[in-house]
Ligand binder design. Structure first.
Ligand SMILES: *[C@@H]1O[C@H](CO)[C@@H](O)[C@H](O)[C@H]1NC(C)=O
Ligand SMILES: *[C@@H]1O[C@H](CO)[C@@H](O)[C@H](O)[C@H]1NC(C)=O
Ligand SMILES: *[C@@H]1O[C@H](CO)[C@@H](O)[C@H](O)[C@H]1NC(C)=O
Ligand SMILES: *[C@@H]1O[C@H](CO)[C@@H](O)[C@H](O)[C@H]1NC(C)=O
Length: 431
């Protein structure tokens, strides 16, 4: 066992060193971010949620608008029903339009979110005494107008969001009360009519952790398929907690329940929150978070029909977690100050490794990632120094793309820290 771990660590170090060398020498991954590495691994996108309240933050925008880092944008709030149809007669698209315009200018795609959902509804929904006919018409009008407005700009639409209770039965909301489960087919049918080119998704949370709920979502896919209504994919929100994230194997098994039904799948709102903020910056908590991100990203890599990942904000500065779950937080890949966290480097390293494999597979070109000989003893030393030694060398932003050892002690410390975390992450992945 010990020998196997050492071998794996040595292999991991070789991979990690290889990918960093590749970046520095321009032989494969230079200047690349999470999106371009994920694309090189055969996936469609790595993206992030954002919204209009973030536009005046220059450091934030600099990262957001880098299409190598994020190739897909999803609005956190600006396309929700209350935002785009605040009263029955009025549609307002200005905020969402500005996000679409920014994404296009940056060379990024747009994932549209969301149409039929029990939450963040405008007041007229609860103020109206709906009948089957009037609520059907209201849903169809909403979907036709909103999807019609954004037609051609959306890679996909989250048509129905969070229809399930935790026990896998349908959530008791206005749509279920008035229309029964027919509201699902009504929504997806209206969506298919409004924009035949966009992918139509069902989106929900805790499908990854709660078997009854995942079975309920399988039931939704089957219900629509049986009714002859188009559904293309299932978005798994993937709001996880540090130490509470399912294993990669378990995540793959859950995704495959849906890909076997012909669905595309994605992590649609990925973040991994610390449950105890008093220990959130400890080396072990950061290391666990990195392992958990690697499990999630690794699961998507392992499932061919997992098309992409969007994180629900990339910086702790704007994460929804502390407001919604007081006492929890630090769930994102970047700190509130825009430094890259161990989880960022672990994910980037995993993707660089996967991209290298993919290059080999696709092109049969093994020179894309030229390897550098690494002695086993170096690997052993680094592995012992890993989690504890890195607490004081939390990497600074830019370290992964400018790995110049001679660039001063801070740059070296950052690079070294990044290397250590990458090593741990890749070792966990390989084990
Ligand atoms: C959080 O961690 C601190 C320090 O280890 C501990 O004292 C405290 O009990 C923890 N709180 C919870 C809610 O677990
Ligand atoms: C962010 O910067 C402030 C001021 O420079 C510092 O006090 C704080 O610890 C930093 N926070 C993080 C998460 O790096
Ligand atoms: C890369 O390929 C090797 C050898 O086939 C494999 O063990 C490893 O898991 C792959 N890594 C990734 C990230 O796909
Ligand atoms: C392999 O990739 C390298 C670097 O991109 C390139 O210079 C070389 O021509 C490629 N070889 C083949 C056989 O495609």
């Amino acid at each position: 066992m010990a020998r196997r771990i050492l071998l794996n660590l040595a292999a991991a170090l070789a991979l990690t060193t290889t990918s960093i060398n590749a970046q520095s020498t321009g032989t494969g991954t230079q200047g690349q971010g999470l999106h371009s590495l994920f694309v090189a691994s055969g996936k469609l996108f790595f993206g992030t949620a954002t919204d209009v309240n973030n536009v005046n933050d220059a450091p934030y925008q600099a990262i957001l608008n880098n299409p190598n880092e994020f190739g897909m944008i999803v609005p956190e709030n600006s396309q929700k029903w209350e935002a785009v149809q605040p009263t029955e007669a009025k549609f307002t698209f200005a905020n969402a339009d500005s996000l679409v315009t920014r994404a296009k200018a940056a060379g990024q795609q747009f994932r549209c979110h969301t149409l039929t959902w029990h939450s963040q509804l405008p007041p007229f929904i609860s103020a109206t005494a709906w009948t089957r006919a009037t609520l059907t018409a209201a849903l169809e009008t909403h979907i036709a107008n909103v999807m019609g407005h954004f037609k051609g700009s959306c890679y996909s639409w989250d048509v129905v969001n969070e229809a399930l209770a935790e026990d896998g039965t349908f959530r008791e909301d206005v749509f279920l009360q008035v229309l029964g489960t027919d509201y699902l087919a009504i929504s997806f049918r209206a969506a298919a009519k409004a924009d035949p080119a966009t992918k139509l998704y069902y989106n929900d949370f805790n499908l990854e952790t709660t078997k009854a709920k995942a079975d309920g979502a399988v039931g939704i896919v089957q219900l629509l398929q049986k009714a002859g209504v188009r559904i293309d994919g299932v978005g798994f929100q993937a709001h996880f907690t540090v130490g509470g994230t399912p294993s990669q194997k378990s995540l793959v098994a859950t995704l495959e329940k849906f890909t076997s039904l012909g669905m595309d799948v994605s992590w649609s709102e990925l973040d991994i929150a610390h449950k105890n903020m008093s220990t959130a910056t400890s080396a072990s908590a950061l290391s666990q978070q990195a392992s958990d991100y690697v499990a999630a990203v690794g699961a998507c890599l392992a499932v061919p029909k997992c098309v992409g990942i969007t994180v629900w904000q990339f910086t702790d500065k704007y994460s929804w977690i502390p407001n919604t779950f007081p006492g929890m937080g630090d769930a994102c890949l970047y700190t509130a100050n825009y430094t890259k966290k161990p989880a960022y480097f672990a994910v980037a390293s995993l993707l660089a490794s996967a991209a290298g494999n993919s290059t080999k597979t696709i092109g049969g070109n093994t020179t894309a990632l030229s390897s550098t000989p690494v002695s086993t003893s170096a690997a052993v030393t680094l592995s012992t120094a890993g989690p504890s030694g890195s607490a004081t060398t939390v990497p600074v932003e830019g370290a992964a793309t400018s790995p110049v050892r001679s660039g001063g002690s801070q740059a070296f410390a950052s690079q070294f820290g990044a290397l250590l975390w990458s090593l741990v992450a890749v070792a966990v992945f390989l084990l």
